[in-house]
Design a binder for this molecule. Structure first.
Ligand code: CA
Length: 226
């Protein structure tokens, strides 16, 4: 039997950290808290979590953005950011740093749990029996079982959300998909947030996979992978 997944919560406000921990424990996760960037990175290294919940505003020389960048430089560990600043720049910055999702304070702990569960369910990948590799023009391949994208045979480092988006597009090749359809299919039907989140992730896929990826913008609609 698999042990319960570990979640590391990096948040300096104990009231928020304790509330999040309470909800996570109720859902069956093991939880470790850290109150600043340095402790957070150490805890992640020691505890090998399945997911990190990370506050943007942390005390000390490094904030949550630095922590996100440091984690992302080494792994595609799922990261959900907490932010107190309800403006688009910070939110998109979080996504550009490779976070998988975010919630804006004050947030509902219930909503946060939905996001955590969705991300972990996707990260677990499809059943082994359904191993599939989708080949696309431009020498791009999507290996659904290994959760790996390859460009000319070389693996490309994607965040788990970027991979999910690519896999969803690859599963609907030739179809123009609206941002709402992509949010429902990739982020989950209950996801609440800005549709421009899709644009940020598409930009990342284009940047990482380059001209090899035949991903067209369909004006007034969304995107289509050919
Ligand atoms: Ca804080």
């Amino acid at each position: 039997m698999r042990s319960r997944p570990v979640v590391v919560v990096i948040e300096d406000d104990p009231a928020i950290a304790d509330l999040v921990e309470l909800y996570l424990r109720r859902e069956g996760y093991r939880v470790h808290q850290a109150g600043d960037a340095e402790a957070g990175l150490r805890t992640v290294e020691q505890r090998r979590p399945a997911l990190v919940i990370l506050d943007v505003g942390l005390p000390g020389p490094q904030d949550g953005i630095d922590v996100c960048r440091a984690i992302r430089a080494a792994s595609d560990l799922p990261i959900v950011m907490l932010t107190a600043r309800d403006d688009e720049v910070d939110r998109i910055l979080g996504l550009e740093m490779g976070a998988d999702d975010y919630v804006v304070k004050p947030f509902s702990a219930r909503e946060l749990m939905v996001r955590v569960k969705n991300i972990l369910r996707r990260a677990a990948g499809p059943a082994a029996a359904r191993r599939r590799i989708l080949d696309m023009p431009g020498d791009v391949a999507v290996d659904l079982d290994r959760r790996e994208a390859r460009r000319a045979g070389t693996p490309v480092a994607l965040t788990s959300r970027e991979f999910d988006l690519l896999a969803f597009l690859a599963g609907h090749r030739g179809l123009a998909l609206s941002r709402r359809q992509l949010l429902d299919g990739v982020w989950g039907a209950g996801w609440v947030g800005d549709e421009r989140t899709v644009d940020v992730h598409v930009g990342q896929l284009r940047r990482k996979l380059g001209g090899e990826l035949q991903l067209a913008t369909v004006w007034g609609v969304g995107y289509r992978l050919d």
